[in-house]
Design a protein around this ligand. Structure first.
Ligand code: NDP
Length: 459
């Protein structure tokens, strides 16, 4: 007899698991297929292990700073295998919880590759099982982009970096986005020599320009050698390690080369075209606000679509899908004002528009900006700088962008995002009394509009 489910989910990452679990809890017969490990990129080789490495790297700076406070932290050493083993135990535990939650909800877990065999059918590989489905949800996520230069097979990506057998003494990282900047900071904090190769002039394109300049300078302050306007043209194995060749004729010898040049939707070999599913350039599944593709019964959520590639967004899209299709509550996730963090040292928290975007949309905006050395560093001796920036729409004084660089920025921005989404004005923001002594108090104390330096007023 033909096997049948009401929902088949392809990919057990954050978005897929949330959609499968909730749909099953609404009473649907659900199966989910995963070819790698339950938990997906975020849990297995993304946000979660990265955050452990961020914590590990921050201790490096912490030990240095503690000396200013009287701690004698001599002979401090870092042991990479200890970190990797501890991280693996925790990842196994989390993957187990995902598995358990799916099982408890009654979702059938299939550890095979699933392909579309038609608009309402999936085929499993290698077993060859064929399953008829009322609805199919594609939640296969993304995969690191490749460039195809000679010797690229000697390089690693964020897929491999979490399981290197030993810590690189000297790592070259290619890219200037989230992953490149975060890992440059992590490895610098762990004591490695780090060289960042970026094809343009300032990292973190897409963020507010002041954030970009600040983080670019902080990476350099951390000891990262930043080479701009350069691309890797080849990597060769040498007796000792690797030799990287740039299009600027520079050659760098190192132990590892990490490519962090973006991620692409994981749609290769899924059978989308044959099933009639339209994709954008780059392979992303094109969907409407409810996640529906060009085929009525086929949906997609998360990084495999061309929207915002962040775990909490995939989770909310997955939840909205389950509510709409099986829970009797049709709604779409609102993609506006999603906050994000970049876990550099110091980290970034950002929500809403950049100054550039706000000027383009509204013409006139008021800028409040403050860069300062945090109190902690009065004794630590560190030259690290924080930055806070508020962007206010002049016409009605509504806050349209908040950008924070500080040790607690990823935590603070969560609350700032609530204020921003609630549409508060600068005056309402300012009514809030400061918490003293903190770095965050600066956010409610900025009263002077920032005027960019001009020829008459060189700043
Ligand atoms: P990003 O899109 O953030 O950055 C990609 C970088 O690679 C950019 O600097 C880009 O340069 C550069 N690049 C792209 N193509 C090439 C090329 N052909 N040659 C050289 N350089 C190139 O991607 P990431 O890989 O860093 O991360 C992928 C996504 O994962 C992020 O966009 C984010 O959504 C998510 N993520 C989120 C994290 C978080 O929330 N903290 C952490 C990690 C990832 P250019 O600027 O010129 O385009």
């Amino acid at each position: 007899m033909q096997e049948h489910v009401e929902l088949f989910v392809i990919g057990a990452g954050s978005g897929g698991v949330r959609a499968a679990r909730m749909s099953a809890q609404y009473g649907a017969k659900v199966a989910i297929a995963e070819e790698f490990r339950i938990g997906g990129t975020c849990v297995i080789r993304g946000c979660v292990p990265k955050k452990f490495m961020v914590y590990a790297g921050a201790y490096g700076q912490g030990f240095e700073e503690a000396k200013g406070y009287g701690w004698l932290a001599d002979n401090v050493r870092f042991d990479w295998p200890t970190l990797i083993a501890a991280k693996d135990v925790e990842i196994d535990r989390l993957s187990g919880i995902y598995r358990c939650n799916l099982g408890n909800a009654g979702v059938e877990m299939i550890e095979e590759r699933a392909k579309l065999a038609g608009p309402d059918t999936v085929r499993l590989v290698p077993s060859g099982r064929i399953i008829k489905c009322d609805k199919i949800l594609i939640a296969t996520g993304g995969t690191p982009r490749k460039l195809g230069f000679a010797g690229e097979e000697h390089t690693i990506t964020s897929n491999e970096v979490f399981n290197l057998p030993k810590m690189p003494g000297h790592i070259v990282i290619n890219g200037g986005g989230y992953i490149a900047c975060e890992f440059a900071s992590i490895f610098a904090g762990l004591g490695a020599r780090v060289c960042l190769i970026y094809r343009r002039d300032t990292v973190l394109r897409g963020f507010d320009d002041d954030v970009r300049t600040h983080i670019h300078n902080e990476l350099i302050r951390q000891g990262v050698r930043v080479i701009t306007h350069a691309n890797i043209t080849g990597v060769k194995k040498t007796g000792e390690g690797l030799s990287v060749h740039l299009d600027t004729d520079v050659q760098i010898d190192c132990d590892e080369v990490m490519m962090a040049i973006g991620r692409e939707p994981a749609t290769d070999g899924l059978g989308l075209a044959a099933a009639g599913v339209n994709t954008a350039r780059g392979g992303a599944v094109m969907v409407d606000e409810f996640g529906q593709s060009s085929v009525p019964g086929i949906f997609a959520v998360g990084d495999v679509t061309d929207r915002i590639a962040l775990t909490p967004v995939a989770i909310r899209e997955g939840a909205a899908f389950a509510d709409s299709e099986f829970g009797g509550r049709r709604h779409a996730f609102d993609h506006r004002d999603v906050a994000s963090a970049v876990f550099t040292q110091p980290p970034v928290g950002s929500v809403g528009l950049s100054e550039h975007e706000a000027r383009e949309q509204f013409g006139e905006v008021d800028i409040y900006r403050s860069s300062f050395r945090p109190m902690r560093h009065a004794l630590s001796g560190s030259a690290e700088q924080y930055m806070m920036k508020l962007i206010v729409r002049t016409q009605d004084q509504v806050m349209v962008g908040v950008h924070i660089i500080s040790d607690a920025a990823p935590e603070i921005i969560q609350i700032a995002a609530i204020a921003l989404k609630a549409g508060l004005t600068k005056a309402q923001w300012d009514e809030t009394c400061a918490v003293h002594p903190t770095a965050a108090e600066e956010l409610v104390l900025m009263r002077e509009k920032f005027t960019p330096p001009t020829k008459r007023n060189p700043g």
